[in-house]
Design a protein around this ligand. Sequence first.
Ligand SMILES: Nc1nc2c(ncn2[C@@H]2O[C@H](COP(=O)(O)OP(=O)(O)OP(=O)(O)O)[C@@H](O)[C@H]2O)c(=O)[nH]1
Ligand SMILES: [Mg+2]
Length: 226
Amino acid sequence: MEIELFECELSYFEIVSLTEIEWDVVKFSFFDLKYMFSKTEFHVLILGIDKAGKTTLLEKLKSVYSNLEGLPPDRIVPTVGLNIGRIEVSNTKLVFWDLGGQPGLRSIWEKYYEEAHAVIFVIDAACPSRFEDSKSALEKVLRHEDLQGAPLLVLANKQDLAESVSAEELARYLDLKKLDERVYMFEAVSSYDGLGIKEGVEWLVEVMERSKRTEMLRARIGPASV
Ligand SMILES: Nc1nc2c(ncn2[C@@H]2O[C@H](COP(=O)(O)OP(=O)(O)OP(=O)(O)O)[C@@H](O)[C@H]2O)c(=O)[nH]1
Ligand SMILES: [Mg+2]
């Protein structure tokens, strides 16, 4: 169908006299072309309990991947609504949704699950007294059916602090049971100095590009979007 579109030129008269079925063919081909030339767009949820460093991470992502200066840490306040950040990595657009992690706000997270291609779960690796809270919040996220098959990147944040534990230690501590069929990775990062952030994002892009979850979202939304 696309070839036909390239090979024939329709006059104004021919366009106005197209039947409904012919219009469907033209529209379908147009959307297909738009899809072929548009960049892939992925939605990534940034979750984690309060003070884990989610918004600081989002601002660091903006400054690492775009010309925008992210907000400095001392201007970041606890999140109550939603912060959105857009970046481009190679030929891929990433839209990050950063939500508040205070206990009373965590029930809002699930409203974003259906549309998400992947999840970044941020943990303050320098605060073991709150690991249990992070573990149960993460387990609840993983149990939710609207997030089935979504790749998971767990970030052991605040590596610039001497007392922080490594990504391996954090993984051992969390000892997550519901990870069997999920693509996941633990990465040590610092949202202050940027350590580990590029490695994490590049891994995420690679796994989202070939994940079943992406295929499922693509089929649901249609050929014009991811
Ligand atoms: N040392 C250090 N501190 C960090 C790092 N990332 C965040 N912080 C600090 O941790 C505190 C919480 O950071 P936020 O980014 O507001 O945390 P959040 O997860 O968005 O919190 P909520 O919006 O309440 O859910 C702030 O004082 C940050 O400056 C980091 O990599 N290293
Ligand atoms: Mg925040």
